[in-house]
Design a protein around this ligand. Structure first.
Ligand code: SAH
Length: 358
């Protein structure tokens, strides 16, 4: 069985023609899947019955099954989605007053090995296909009442190590689903060839770089791939991205208590970005708890505030990312490959007070 999800209008038109129908039938299928929320061929009632029956022999819509759903008090929903081969991934639905955003996974597991991230702990199993990346969006859209307007590729995996499927899924979200490319954000650990290739795609998405440290030494202690690609080379690729796309970047800065949260590190970060003439905001992400051998901990609230002030004093706009979904381990860095749905939710008493009030 071949899934429809992941195919462009053109590819669906070809399928229609191969099955003895006119090309516009492909457009109809695309509209059903990408805009009208069809999860099954049977829902496509304006296709001739015989055509639907012929399609059903070889094709399915191909959305993942929801193996488990967990809702947090802040209305964040974490999905455990089962793929056709039985493997599961996590995706997150994030409703805000003015918009709905979803966080998608790009791989099953991850090979980057970041010391602070739960996904890294199980290693990489495989890439997701274009349809599996998009299937997460469509499953959550079919489930939720509100229209999803924003997508961040910040779930499991490194999107630029699954480059072709990531780029095709971005194009489908912009062209077939109809989202604004500006509302699509790809976050990367700093895969230099991927950043350079993305710069040439001519899709005006937002690129977010997981910077996390102002110098290579600190960065290498947190991110093993930092040994391969030094800040110098990564920031050069980012400058090229800005030059060709005219888009600002977002710099993500994960803050770990006592590791990278000192005021002088904020000043070093500001001058690093300034010396490279790189535009873009810094998004500070206080560490979400993941058990680590190093015993990483969340920074003090005051350090985060001070870090932000230092950046702003140096002329750099900085925001602090609100923690969402922490009660259900759906926050950044807490997504894993396998989750035992029967495990009890973490009782609220185990969540540090500082987080509960975020
Ligand atoms: N591989 C991509 C995207 C996935 S992670 C990347 O590295 O950017 C999305 C963001 O969550 C990254 O900035 C990542 O560094 C951050 N993150 C990972 N673990 C975290 C944790 N425990 N607490 C807070 N943020 C974390």
């Amino acid at each position: 069985m071949q899934p429809f999800v992941g195919m462009t209008i053109k590819e669906l038109e070809a399928v229609a023609q191969e099955n003895g129908e006119r090309a516009y039938r492909g457009k109809q299928i695309a509209a059903w899947i990408y805009q009208r929320g069809a999860t099954d061929l049977e829902m496509m009632t304006d296709l001739p019955k015989a055509f639907r029956a012929a399609l059903a022999e070889n094709y399915t819509v191909g959305l993942p099954e929801t193996a488990h759903r967990d809702s947090a008090p802040d209305e964040t929903v974490k999905y455990l989605l089962r793929q056709a081969d039985g493997q599961t991934i996590e995706s997150v639905y994030l409703p805000y007053p003015d918009r709905v955003s979803v966080c998608l996974s790009s791989q099953i597991g991850c090979a980057a090995g970041c010391r602070f991230c739960a996904t890294a702990q199980g290693g990489l199993l495989r890439n997701l296909t274009t349809g599996e990346i998009l299937g997460q969006f469509l499953r959550m859209q079919a489930d939720g009442a509100r229209r999803i307007s924003h997508v961040v590729y910040m779930g499991m995996g490194e999107p630029l190590w699954n480059y072709d499927a990531t780029v095709k899924s971005l194009r489908l979200l912009g062209n077939e689903v109809g989202l604004s490319f500006r509302n699509l954000t790809v976050s990367t650990v700093g895969v230099v060839p991927g950043i350079r290739a993305l710069a040439k795609e001519e899709i005006p998405i937002t690129l977010a770089l997981s910077l996390h440290a102002p110098d290579d030494e600190t960065r290498e202690a947190l991110i093993p791939t930092a040994r391969k690609w030094k800040l110098d080379e990564i920031l050069d690729a980012c400058a090229e991205y800005v030059r060709t796309t005219h888009r600002n970047l977002t710099f993500e800065y994960l803050m770990i208590g006592g590791v990278n949260d000192r005021p002088e590190q904020a000043r070093a970060l500001a001058s690093l970005l300034k010396s490279r003439k790189l535009p873009g905001n810094v998004n500070l992400i206080p560490f979400n708890y993941v058990e680590t051998p190093q015993g990483f901990r969340r920074p003090e609230r005051e350090s985060v505030q001070q870090f932000r002030e230092e950046l702003e004093k140096a002329g750099r706009v900085a925001t602090i990312r609100m923690t969402r979904g922490h009660a259900i381990s759906a926050a950044c860095g807490q997504l894993r490959r396998t989750v035992e749905p029967k495990l009890p939710k973490r009782p609220a008493s185990e969540i540090p007070l500082a987080l509960q009030t975020d």
